[in-house]
Design a protein around this ligand. Structure first.
Ligand code: HXC
Length: 511
């Protein structure tokens, strides 16, 4: 028996070495951890159970029959994060550059299917050179199998992709269909075609980093939902993210022990909104002062900064926060912020996470750049997402709620459950100055005094929460310091909320 055990351990040791010590050293020299080291950091200590450690590719072309490495470039299995089940796959760059063979794809599909069946998230760690070039169409078929599982799992289990090295060609589309993509700064890049192909086709000369580095995708393209400095920080943050998420759509959001008073008043919020309506203030402060222990996991921090999205907890239970950010472009809704928030709202709705919306929005961004870019369709995504969402929705208007943007931002009209406004709220079709210039154009033309008088009249009549409140579009006007308490009380009433949309195959979201 001892011999048998020793033989098994020898086989395991060989498999754990992946592409060999030289390649492991090269991986470390680039500031990257190996596939197994990453899993060890991501999961609870000792919880990882590896599957398919001895799987090898079945290729016979280009001398591949002489190069078989157990595991075949991806480490797969399951473990726990804070005691909760997750499935993982981690590409091993030391084995054929982490490239995907048919056998490699089958390993990933196996964990995807198990995760779906058992209701647990899948976390994929990417560090790979795309399709195994020696395999050809076998590898392409393998990608397709993974993509299909990604689509079937969407909205059933959370899927998280972490880009920790190259991620090119076929490797990019699986992350693109998952719920979240995070990247490691300086060591990861993601693109459909690399700099060489770009040069050949378009004559453009561009570096890996400028084409698809973490800064590009987290701030410019919006493909990534965030980026972190190194492997360790990234994996630590992924553990934190998972702590906010239900394991599947069959569960309610997780609840953790809470040490923050649900009745906590926050007097500083009474002076958060400046006297001058054009002066910005930091909406993140409101989120942090309202959420349990100020804990806010931001999604899309560097992209579409005029809207904030992310997870927090109220009375120990996960909620999603969506908030216009007056510090950036006055909190206006544009293409990027609409897309970002729409996707977040839809994630929350898939996974039964209540949505808290803080509103201070002057409207949609005007201009040819926005219109040519399809603002109408992108803005409609957010409108659509809020309207179809059936999870508990609590809204607080802190200042401006103008025009279409008022309607979009989880208004009563889109089935907002509890809609509050602060006394500083201004709910109107547009700002007073713009309104007066249109409706009193003839009367006040060239007469500054008349214009000022009409502006004051418009302000007195409309730039407050009371007209909306008199129609029942606002349930109550609340003092800012009581916001946390009032939201928690609202959420308590919504614990057993039942609401469903008409039966359909699926909707036709304006893409
Ligand atoms: C087989 C590969 C490989 C691949 C890398 N390797 N990519 N083996 N298939 N796709 C191997 C290398 O031969 C090398 O083996 C080892 O991995 C490390 O690669 P290096 O090139 O030395 O590393 P580095 O300099 O860091 O460059 C990394 C890289 C580069 C930028 C990812 O390897 C690269 O450009 N690879 C090819 C990328 C690509 O074109 N993939 C196909 C995309 S098409 P040794 O033995 O020397 O260690 C695609 C279509 C699918 O994916 C579409 C599905 C819908």
């Amino acid at each position: 028996m001892k011999d048998i055990a020793e033989a098994l351990e020898k086989k395991r040791e060989h498999a754990r070495l992946g592409g060999g010590q030289k390649r492991i050293d090269a991986q470390h020299a680039k500031g990257k951890l190996t596939a197994r080291e990453r899993i060890a950091l991501l999961l609870d200590e000792g919880s990882f159970e590896e599957w398919d450690m001895f799987v090898e590719h079945r290729s016979h072309d280009f001398g591949m029959e002489k190069q078989r490495i157990p595991g075949d470039g991806v480490v797969t299995g399951w473990g726990t994060i804070n005691g909760r089940l997750v499935y993982v796959f981690s590409k091993d760059f030391t084995v054929f550059g982490g490239s995907l063979s048919r056998a490699h794809a089958e390993k990933i599909v196996k964990v995807q299917q198990a995760a779906m069946k058992n209701g647990a998230p899948v976390i994929g760690l990417f560090d790979a050179g795309g399709a195994r070039i020696q395999e050809g169409v076998e590898a392409l078929g393998g990608y397709a199998d993974i993509f299909l599982e990604n689509v079937l799992a969407s909205g059933v289990i959370p899927q998280i992709s972490v880009i920790m090295g190259p991620c090119a060609g076929g490797d990019v589309y699986s992350p693109a269909m998952t719920d979240f993509i995070f990247m490691v700064k300086d060591t990861s890049y993601m693109y459909v075609t690399g700099p060489d192909v770009v040069k050949t086709v378009t004559n453009e000369i561009v570096s890996h980093e400028d084409l698809g580095g973490a800064r590009v995708h987290a701030a410019k393209s919006g493909v990534a939902d965030g980026s972190y400095d190194n492997d360790i920080e990234t994996l630590t943050q992924m553990r934190r993210l998972v702590s906010f998420l239900p394991l599947s759509n069959r569960e309610k959001p997780p609840t953790v022990p809470m040490f923050d008073d649900p009745e906590r008043a926050e007097p500083s919020l009474d002076t958060l909104v400046p006297a001058n309506p054009n002066t910005p203030y930091d909406m993140k402060e409101l989120i942090q002062k309202v959420a349990d222990e100020g804990d806010f996991f931001e999604i899309g921090k560097d992209f579409g900064k005029n809207i904030l999205t992310g997870f927090g907890r109220m009375e120990g239970s996960t909620v999603g926060f969506v908030a216009n950010q007056p510090m950036s472009l006055a909190g206006v809704l544009d293409i990027d912020s609409s897309r970002k928030a729409a996707r977040f709202v839809r994630f929350c709705d898939c996974f039964n996470i209540p949505i808290i919306t803080f509103v201070d929005v002057p409207g949609f961004m005007p201009g040819t750049k926005q219109e040519y870019g399809g603002l109408i369709k992108h803005g409609a995504k957010l409108l659509f997402a809020y309207a179809e969402a059936t999870v508990p929705k609590v809204t607080v208007i802190t200042r401006k709620a103008y025009g279409g943007a008022y309607v979009v931002m989880s208004s009563k009209h889109l089935r907002g459950d509890v809609n509050f406004a602060w006394p500083t709220a201004e709910i109107a079709v547009m700002g007073a100055k713009g309104a007066v210039e249109i409706i009193f154009r003839a009367e006040a033309a060239g007469d500054a005094d008349k214009l000022a008088a009409r502006t004051k009249e418009y302000q007195d009549r409309f730039t407050n929460p009371y007209v909306a409140a008199s129609r029942g579009f606002i349930d109550d006007v609340i003092m800012p310091h009581s916001t946390r308490k009032r939201i928690i009380r609202a959420l308590r009433t919504l614990k057993a909320k039942q609401l469903s949309n008409p039966a359909k195959k699926h909707d036709n979201l304006p893409l």
